[in-house]
Design a protein. Structure first.
Lengths: 484, 287
């Protein structure tokens, strides 16, 4: 109890609490009285369909929306080609999210040699996505997404063309360019937006070599990648298969990786002249009274160069990376519907080469550092949605990552201890509510509320004790997510 | 202290218990194979997917309707184009279900095959709640479709004669391009201009793409449009001949009828004369 007193304080607090309850009831009546619902508004405008047709709660796709996407942004009613649109139609949409957010992190190392818990809060906004996409002609479609951070620095998030229904078969579709991998659980369509909850931990996790010493190559299965994708699906989209052949640059252009590995200095390390492979497949089946259930699997087999064959002026020549070392990610996924409830469950397994983990050239005459070995880990995810109506969706997600084999088992010569067995382990919990006050065929708007907290164990060295410590960070976000 | 009236409480509880039953009386069902659709869950689906065009009241006046050049169906009128029942009758549940599954070509109505069978059945049940016709009338018996006779050149030639005799050309045009002399004057039951089907467009017709579907269209008509039923005018074997001839008009669509017709001097001359050299616009339509 603080110094403001006991029963007296309760008495004072009663009135605001009651007012808050009244407000909640009125808000509840307002929220639940709306009967109609509606993130690519350019598509909604083109076809005259409300957002709720393609999205269970935008940007999460419904089965109808997934089929539309898998069919090359076509409904298949022979009105898909641009020639059928008014000449003024322009397939462009914008998305951003003004917000207020609170970020906390503990054990933040300070310049004075101590650690502190840091809290920051205030008004902010996200970057900007400019979404352009649609058909160029029947069965020729495209997606081009310039995207900026909040300071206005642009990059190209997506740039691809797709040839759909080749030879009149839904099993033969090709996409070329930069695109999101065929992840059933799409990170680009994630329903949470905060600093801690706005991405899937499993999709970006890379083990540390030692606490505070990260791997230097960069890869995320959630990142858009460069390459070519074959995708096939049954007419009703119940069965979906895809295989992609990808540039090993984590989506970066000009044959450079996001960061170098080993002798490849990053950022801007040279990529090699090889290709990665991603494959995904899933099948959906109906359960009477419950809805459509889907199960699937995916695998990414990649490799990263550990040094560059050529340098000029001390800089790697792009595309000249060699000494490839492998890594892979595999997973199983299930999407389960129980009427208005749905659950997505995912199992994830990752493996990195010991050379990548320890940032060692594969041709190093001394071989791997003493104690280095290939790290492996298991991950899991359960994401729950309760879609009260197309206008209101509740989101909850729990992710965990558990190292099954640490990258460093100790070095008696230098008296370095092995990594703690749980070093780098992650638990992440996110809750969110998205309310869409209107649904129409022109624009999308969501009042977004979210809390997310992430615990990472023994991930850094304490400047105070010299021992390993973890990191806990959280985000609270209230925002207005809109697309037009 | 007030005396508790047990009888009154019991009656109230009985009434409350009966409410769902009374409400159910207003509900509709659909029967698709062994799946029974219910209107209540269908309502939620309707207000997710359909209301934008068909309107909250099912009258075809959704907020999107003014921007569509083929108006959405008015479910309140209870008039449906694609049926397997005689003209003027309500369609079968299966007919509505098939329309949902197929979608309507050249309109904004897509195929809803991505929905589950149960969801589509529920939508059919809910659509039936809009029109009083479903409460007062029963769907007609489906028309019988006799087995398709063997395809012959004579059958195609007879179909060609029937095309002239029945004056199909007046609306659909001599070459089946939907440009007959009456085409520009046609309106549907909402007084909206309507264009006759262009057989040469190499696409699926609204009510299906099989020969059986074409046969059904002659015999049931497309209610709400100028396309009448010919059930009382032509014999089943004549209708099949007409089907065989109409397939030859679809010269971009390889079919046994077209292959056979192209094998004749007369057929090859007609089909080749119909072809128009053009630049591909990417629309998917090759006029």
């Amino acid at each position: 109890m603080d110094g403001r007193g006991g029963s007296g304080f309760r008495g004072i607090a009663t009135r605001p609490v009651r007012s808050l309850l009244y407000f909640a009831v009125i808000l509840g009546i307002f929220l639940f009285s709306c009967t109609q619902a509606s993130a690519f508004p350019a598509f909604a405008r083109k076809y005259g369909l409300p957002c709720s047709s393609c999205h269970e709660g935008w940007p999460k796709l419904s089965p109808f929306g997934q089929q539309f996407k898998d069919n090359g942004y076509q409904l298949g009613n022979d009105r898909d080609a641009p020639i059928f649109q008014q000449a003024a139609y322009w397939p462009v949409a914008f998305r951003t999210t003004p917000n207020w957010h609170l970020e906390t992190a503990n054990h933040v190392p300070l310049d004075n040699g101590t650690v502190a818990d840091v809290k920051t809060s205030g008004f902010d906004y996200t970057g900007l996505d400019i979404l352009t996409g649609g058909t160029l002609a029947k069965n020729f479609s495209f997606l081009f997404v310039p995207s900026s951070d909040e300071l206005g620095a642009f990059h190209i998030e997506s740039a691809n063309v797709r040839f759909s229904n080749i030879l009149n078969s839904t099993w033969f579709n090709l996409k070329v360019g930069k695109f999101e991998l065929d992840n059933l659980l799409s990170e680009k369509r994630i329903l949470t937006l905060s600093g801690n909850g706005g991405f899937y931990q499993n999709y970006h996790f890379q083990p540390m070599y030692q606490p505070g010493v990260p791997e230097t190559y960069v890869f995320g299965i959630g990142d858009n990648q460069l390459g070519v994708e074959w995708m096939g699906h049954s007419k009703d989209d119940r069965t979906r298969l895809s295989v992609s052949v990808l540039q090993p640059t984590d989506g970066n252009p000009d044959f450079v990786t996001g960061a170098g590995a080993g002798g490849v200095t990053g950022p801007g390390g040279a990529a090699g002249r090889t290709y990665d492979v991603f494959a995904a497949g899933s099948h959906a089946f109906e359960v009477k009274g419950l809805g459509l259930q889907r199960v699937g699997a995916f695998a990414y087999f990649g490799h990263a160069p550990t040094f560059s064959r050529f340098t000029s002026g001390g800089v790697d020549i792009p595309g000249s990376g060699i000494g490839n070392e492998p890594y892979y990610r595999v997973g199983l996924i299930g999407m389960w519907y129980l009427k208005k409830f749905d659950f997505t469950t995912m199992y994830f397994y990752g493996h990195d080469s010991a050379f990548l983990a320890s940032s060692t050239r594969s041709d190093s005459p001394t071989g791997l550092p003493t104690g280095a070995r290939a790290p492996t880990w298991n991950g899991g995810l359960i994401e729950t949605h309760y879609t009260y109506s197309p206008q209101l969706i509740f989101v909850n997600r729990y992710e965990l990552i558990r190292m099954s084999q640490q990258a460093f088992v100790g070095d008696p010569l230098t008296d370095q201890a092995a990594n703690p067995s749980n070093a780098g382990n992650i638990d992440a919990l996110t809750f969110g509510i998205r309310y869409y006050p209107f649904i129409n065929t022109r624009a999308g708007f969501a009042f977004h509320n979210e809390y997310s907290i992430v615990w990472q164990r023994n991930s850094q060295i304490s400047p105070v004790t010299g021992g390993t410590i973890g990191l806990t960070s959280s985000s609270l976000l209230f925002g207005f997510d809109f697309a037009f | 202290m007030r005396k508790i009236n047990i009888t009154k409480i019991a009656l109230n509880l009985l009434l409350i218990a009966a409410l769902p039953t009374l409400a159910m009386a207003q509900q509709m069902e659909s029967h698709i194979g062994n799946v029974t659709g219910h209107s209540e869950p269908g309502k939620a689906l309707y207000y997710r997917y359909c209301w934008g065009c068909h309107g909250a009241r099912g009258d075809g006046n959704g907020e999107n309707a003014p921007y569509l050049n083929i108006l959405p169906r008015n479910f309140v009128a209870g008039t449906f184009k694609c049926r397997s029942t005689p003209t003027g009758m309500l369609p079968l549940d299966q007919d509505l279900y098939n329309s949902l599954e197929r979608g309507f070509n050249f309109t904004n109505m897509p195929s809803w095959i991505a929905l589950t069978v149960e969801e589509r059945a529920n939508l059919v049940a809910f659509i039936k709640t809009f029109s009083p016709r479903w409460k007062a009338e029963k769907p007609g018996d489906p028309i019988q479709i006799p087995a398709e006779p063997a395809l012959t050149v004579a059958s195609i030639q007879h179909g060609k004669e029937l095309f002239q005799k029945l004056e199909c050309w007046k609306c659909h045009g001599n070459e089946g391009r939907g440009d007959g002399p009456s085409a520009s004057t046609l309106t549907d039951s909402n007084d909206q201009p309507i264009r006759p089907y262009n057989f040469t467009s190499d696409n699926r017709s609204k009510c299906g793409h099989t020969n059986q579907d074409l046969y059904k269209i002659f015999m049931t008509g497309l209610d709400g449009t100028p396309m009448p039923s010919f059930a009382d005018v032509i014999k089943p074997e004549d209708a099949w001949d007409l089907v065989h001839f109409l397939r030859t008009l679809q010269y971009n669509n390889k079919s046994p009828e077209l292959t056979l017709w192209l094998g004749t001097k007369e057929g090859a001359a007609i089909v080749n004369a119909q072809k128009v050299a053009n630049t591909n616009t990417g629309s998917g339509v090759n006029p």
